[in-house]
Design a binder for this molecule. Sequence first.
Ligand code: 13P
Ligand code: SF4
Length: 330
Amino acid sequence: MNKEEWTKNGYVTEPIDKHIDLKIEINRLKKEKNAVILGHYYQPDDIQEIADFTGDSLALAQKASKTDADIIIMCGVHFMGETVKILCPDKKVLIPDLNAGCSLADSCQAEDFSRFVKDHPGYTVISYVNTSAAVKAVTDVVVTSTNARQIVESFPVNERIIFGPDKNLGRYINAITGRNMLLWNGACHVHERFSAQNIIELKRQYPSAAVLVHPECKEEVVRLADKVASTAGLLKYAVSSENTVFIVATESGILYEMRKKCPEKIFIPASPDSDISKCNMCNFMRLNTLEKLYNTLKYEWPEINVDKSVSEKAVKSIYRMLDISASLGL
Ligand code: 13P
Ligand code: SF4
């Protein structure tokens, strides 16, 4: 074992015996160690296939808060691992690759955000779950794209609110609620890449298609949508809609679950504006592989830990979200 090299790389670099069946071994180790694998909808197909539970950010946090497993492996990105650790401080929380960050979370550094909050006394702070634990620690209530509208609307209309870090989600929530929240200027590099031009071109090719858009996309893309929702919301819409063809403007990993749930329907991934022949993937989400997942489970590394004083503050804003969501039946 070369821990120094693991640390340098951010994941376990031990070679894997070529003769083993990774899926069988992952399932065996999982039982032996009482571990649970949570996978975000943006994970590669083989990880979604082996995960015990797949979902959007809200569903994964809800699931983590209730699990009785001893080890939780979060197949997603770093902030999701932190959220799980904050909710389950006594459990071992692992992530296959420590380099799986998030451009949106990175666009909101805790020091800068804390200063912004201090400069606006009297404001309630609402933060998207795509933030570091330190940002959650200066937040009153966390939201995901599934519950952002309802949580914002749970405050009086004249409440002064800071919303961070996603300016696109914030602008969209302002538009549909008539609020005037103060927005942090952050964005996700994956969702910002979708272009209106590409969607118009796809609509020309598939005129009957319904356009599904994640609210992290730019306004010009959101304007072309038949449905704007979180990944779980888009999935639900695709299942219940009478439409049979869909253009999907969010990370293309969601197509795995859409095709699984609706094998008779056609899902076309929208493309990044720079390259219309490709679908749009999050390079951070895609750092996780079956091999890294196997090694993580075997060697129980890399582990996510959150500073106790940060965790004790952040947990309040996450539980506030879970409580409001539960009371709203979300
Ligand atoms: P949801 O899972 O809440 O739809 O968020 C999308 C996302 O960008 C996660 O990284
Ligand atoms: Fe972050 Fe965007 Fe990747 Fe989601 S898709 S993890 S918001 S960079």
